[in-house]
Write a protein that binds this ligand. Structure first.
Ligand SMILES: Nc1ncnc2c1ncn2[C@@H]1O[C@H](COP(=O)(O)OP(=O)(O)OP(=O)(O)O)[C@@H](O)[C@H]1O
Length: 503
């Protein structure tokens, strides 16, 4: 455990963090995913307080979600050497507090809580008596609560000059927060994750559909019939010839507009081999970027040429399927087939794809919301093999479920059993489900948006931004190497917005 801590990129920034915190009232730690900011920075401060001659002081670390507050508290408690199950007890160093659940003792030097809990405390304890350090994690998510907390903390700075505030953020937007806090110092820490093999929809279909021509049949066998609910309705294409003059009786003439609708053909045009490829590779590059996103875009640009070449390798059948498939719908048949392939059929084959599939470890499926989780849960439970509760542990992860239920996602099942976690974007950041080796990403999320006309906020199902898709795939490589299936095409990924939405 100690060695693992030392290997995290954050470990070599310990002294720098502590020195800056001593010298400045507000410090920003901007770390890439997996650098260890959520688990390490709170420990650095807590350990510093414990080593000090004075016994006064405590650290509060806020998390945007209940699940991350609890899971990080548990991890940190173990890393700090607390006895098992000593969270929130008198002899323990670490505690946590979330809605309806408080495991905190006065003696705890480090307490994790949700942003809402700290806001509630500030109503009655305006100066945060006894607290010497407040750490606000994932500030880049920009929720109303976290923004509001920053406003209050900024005011508190002048009342409590001894209070130290540490804001932790992904690399995007760190400078904005620094500006808000009078250009306070920012420490930037590189990330660390294990390699994750990425398969897009076209790879999945190529490997599952029509490879007998290429001599390696995978037998996943996913095909999409034209009348499938997951198939696109035939597109109607508007043909417009503009205004034309039409002559009438007695030498009169009239100007009319000539336009009509034609049904788009589902067939690949044999005389125009570039037709499908060009549709598959046309990428809009007009999005605006922030400096921090430029690296990501550079990667995308470098990939474009390679991608154009690679697109040619997909068979006619795959290209036809990609054209037919409706990527805006959750394809439950394909997800079920893929889980079945990962857990069962890939073991029986020797193909390039099956060799990449990890034989053990948990499968994490990203879905947009509770109705979708419920539907897939029912389908898996009714499956002739995956529904066997002796071999598969099925867990739903959603913010409305109790923390007791959410915690089951972190338990590693006994040998021989495989865990399948169906989650919304709450598993996208902040939490580490240590045994995940395979991620299946539908690319969809439900996002709170404000309807100006109706003046209401509502949940809209949207395609995720590039950064979110990267974040999701990274969940397969937190603790070991992994594999990610994105159930959308590489082009859809490249066309996705650069802007990170908040989870
Ligand atoms: N419960 C756990 N079990 C095993 N390893 C863990 C656990 N929690 C964290 N780790 C290890 O510590 C690393 C850092 O985790 P941490 O949550 O601190 O990262 P982070 O930089 O805050 O990233 P993110 O913001 O993406 O969550 C993980 O990548 C993982 O290797």
């Amino acid at each position: 455990m100690k060695k693992k801590r030392e290997e995290l990129p954050m470990a070599s920034y310990r002294e720098q963090v502590l020195d800056l915190v001593k010298g400045h009232q507000v410090v920003i730690v901007s770390g890439e995913t997996g650098c260890g900011k959520s688990t390490q920075v709170p420990q650095f401060i807590a350990e510093y307080l414990l080593q000090g001659s004075s016994t006064v002081g405590s650290v509060i670390c806020t998390q945007p979600r209940r699940i991350s507050a609890v899971s990080i508290a548990k991890r940190v408690s173990v890393e700090m050497g607390d006895w098992p199950r000593s969270l929130g007890i008198k002899n323990g160093m670490v505690g946590y507090q979330i809605r309806l659940e408080s495991k905190v003792a006065e003696e705890n030097v480090l307490v994790f809580c949700t942003t809402g809990i700290l806001l509630r405390r500030l109503e009655s304890d305006k100066t945060l008596e006894g607290v010497t350090h407040v750490i606000v994690d994932e500030v880049h998510e920009r929720t109303i609560e976290s923004d509001f907390l920053l406003v209050i903390l900024k005011q508190l700075c002048s009342v409590r000059p001894d209070l130290r505030i540490i804001l932790m953020s992904a690399t995007v937007e760190a400078n904005k927060f620094s500006e808000y806090f009078g250009y306070c110092p920012v420490i930037t820490v590189p990330g660390r994750t294990y390699p994750v093999q990425v398969q897009y929809l076209e790879d999945v279909i190529e490997a599952t559909g029509n490879l007998s021509e290429l001599c390696y049949v995978t037998n996943l066998g996913y095909t999409l019939e034209e009348d499938s609910p997951y198939a696109l309705r035939r597109q109607r294409i508007k043909r417009d010839h503009g205004n034309i003059d039409v002559s009438g009786k007695h030498g009169t003439s009239r100007r009319v507009r000539l336009d009509w609708f034609e049904e788009d053909s589902d067939e690949d045009d044999p005389y125009d081999p570039t037709r499908i490829e060009s549709k598959l590779t046309t990428v809009s590059r007009t999005e605006s970027t922030t400096p921090n996103e430029e690296n990501a875009n550079q990667d995308d640009n470098n990939n474009t040429e390679k991608q154009e070449e690679e697109t040619l390798k997909y068979s006619k059948q795959t290209r036809k399927m990609i054209r037919r498939i409706d990527q805006d719908r959750i394809n439950y048949d394909l997800i079920l087939d893929l889980i079945d392939y990962v857990c069962i059929r890939s073991r029986e084959q020797e193909t390039p794809m099956s060799r990449q599939v990890p034989e053990t470890g948990a499968i994490l499926v990203f879905l947009p919301g509770m109705p979708e989780i419920r539907r897939l849960y029912d389908l898996i439970s009714a499956h002739h093999v995956l529904g066997d509760a002796q071999k598969f542990v099925l867990i739903a992860l959603h913010s409305t479920l109790s923390s007791e239920h959410q915690e089951k996602a972190f338990d590693v099942p006994p040998k021989g059993m495989r865990k399948i976690v169906l989650s919304t974007n709450i598993a996208e950041t902040g939490v580490t489900i240590s045994d995940v080796t395979v991620v299946i990403d539908t690319g969809m999320a439900k996002i709170v948006s404000y309807d100006k006309k109706k003046r209401i906020t509502r949940l809209r199902q949207m395609f995720v931004a590039k950064a979110n898709a990267r974040q999701r795939r990274g969940r397969a490589g937190r603790v070991q190497e992994g594999l990610c299936f994105h159930l959308f095409t590489e082009n859809k990924f490249l066309e996705a917005s650069n802007k990170l939405y908040s989870t």
